[in-house]
Design a protein around this ligand. Structure first.
Ligand SMILES: Nc1ncnc2c1ncn2[C@@H]1O[C@H](COP(=O)(O)OP(=O)(O)OP(=O)(O)O)[C@@H](O)[C@H]1O
Ligand SMILES: [Mg+2]
Length: 265
């Protein structure tokens, strides 16, 4: 299993705050109210990439369908690096919501897999946790139209939650013939100054990876060369966002502070 050059980007830069080098937590929310656009695929691949890079990783599954939960159950039978899964899609009896969603000490990356068509309250709960938002968009006119409306709604929620510092990026997913279909969305995104981060091809390797409880970065690099190259821009963008978050943080980012930020709501 080789993560290679991507591993270097994922793990750097380590931020030096006060007493010595410390890592800060980054929470990535993968979200779109449109069903089937690739949220779980991207969230599970991202979590496995972090884990394979030896970062302590949480995957938070907000979807009652439990697709990420199922994927991780399969993963636990493999020799892949473990991921701590939090089932946020089902209320746990006898514990508070805050306790149910609490992040274990020392976690370095959190990936949130959002469900389709969520209510405003749940949207806000996820937005307040996030440092970065990734919105996968599938290449059909219906998906693109619905996604534009959703992105607009998400912007309003981000403003209402006073999270203006959250970065949002779009990933064109399951693309077969270039990005021409996305042109109308591109204009809309330009106005909102939201970047198109990368394009993922429609590839059976993603389907195979899910069956194995793996991510694309844990498969043989020769087989998934194209997919790996398409992940690089996203990985770099997340690393840059993480560095920006660290620079603009006004409080020492010890794990305790990071944890209390994440369990709010
Ligand atoms: N880049 C891709 N190439 C090939 N198949 C893909 C790709 N991305 C996603 N898929 C497949 O598309 C289907 C839907 O993907 P996924 O479950 O990730 O979407 P979702 O947005 O999480 O759906 P839901 O809204 O139901 O939670 C799955 O069968 C998945 O394997
Ligand atoms: Mg899903």
């Amino acid at each position: 299993m080789a993560v290679g050059a991507i591993d270097l980007i994922v793990r750097c830069p380590v931020i030096n705050i006060g007493a010595g080098p410390q890592s800060i937590m980054q929470t990535v929310l993968v979200i779109n109210s449109k069903g089937g656009c690739g949220k779980t695929t991207i969230a599970s691949n991202l979590a496995s990439l972090f884990a394979a890079s030896h970062l302590k990783t949480v995957l938070m599954d907000y979807d009652p369908q439990g697709s990420s939960l199922h994927w991780n159950n399969v993963r636990e039978q493999s020799d892949c690096q473990p991921i701590h899964l939090i089932d946020a899609g089902h209320a746990k009896v006898g514990v508070t919501r805050t306790f149910q969603l609490s992040i274990p000490y020392g976690i370095e990356r959190v990936v949130i897999d959002a469900p389709a068509g969520m209510c405003k309250k749940m949207l806000s709960e996820m937005v307040v946790k996030a440092d970065v938002i990734v919105v996968p968009v599938a290449p059909s006119p219906i998906d693109i139209h619905a996604s534009s409306e959703f992105i607009y709604e998400l912007k309003l929620i981000i403003n209402a939650c006073h999270r203006d510092n959250i970065a949002m990026g779009i990933v064109a997913n399951r693309v077969r013939h270039g990005k021409a279909l996305y042109q109308p969305l591109q204009h809309f995104l330009d106005e909102l100054r939201i970047p198109f981060v990368t394009t993922f091809s429609d590839s059976d390797h993603y389907v195979r990876a899910v069956e194995l409880g793996m991510g694309i970065h844990e498969m043989s690099p020769q087989t998934v060369r194209l997919e790996l190259s398409q992940w690089l821009p996203l990985v770099k963008w997340l690393a840059i966002r993480r560095a920006v978050t660290a620079q603009t943080s006004v409080v020492p980012l010890s794990s305790d502070v990071a944890t209390s930020h994440c369990v709010s709501g």
